[in-house]
Design a protein around this ligand. Structure first.
Ligand SMILES: [Zn+2]
Length: 126
């Protein structure tokens, strides 16, 4: 893997991928791109970006200390883009004393003020 390749696993350099979103130069226009950029925000500890991309109704009180997980990589399993709602299923890998493990989630995204934001996890694929 290239040293400057984006944490989201797109294969593109960070500067030409999620960094555009994390730095506020652009805003992702699909839920999947938003999801990927949020993973990169977790990796880089970008708390303001996580808050900005969380639906105001469901955004928890995230603290910098909550971002200590050592995320290693992301795998997007499937995504369904709708007009106002989208879902993305992914596996996010992280490392701890026991080695590499993964969490899997089906995430719901909604358009809020014309921008995709993260709402929360779903029990099943809709
Ligand atoms: Zn990226």
């Amino acid at each position: 893997m290239q040293q400057n390749s984006c944490p989201c696993g797109s294969g593109k350099p960070f500067a030409q991928c999620c960094d555009l979103y994390l730095s506020g130069k652009a805003y992702p226009n699909t839920a999947e791109a938003l999801m990927r950029s949020r993973f990169s925000a977790f990796v880089t500890g970008n708390l303001p970006y996580l808050r900005k991309t969380w639906h105001p109704d469901t955004c928890p009180e995230v603290k910098q200390d909550d971002l200590n997980t050592r995320w290693t990589r992301l795998e997007v399993l499937r995504s369904k883009q709708g007009l106002k709602k989208s879902v993305v299923e992914f596996k996010a890998f992280f490392e701890d004393e026991e080695g590499e493990r993964a969490m899997q989630e089906i995430s719901l995204f909604k358009l809020h003020k014309k921008r995709w934001v993260y709402v929360g996890p779903l029990e099943t694929w809709p």
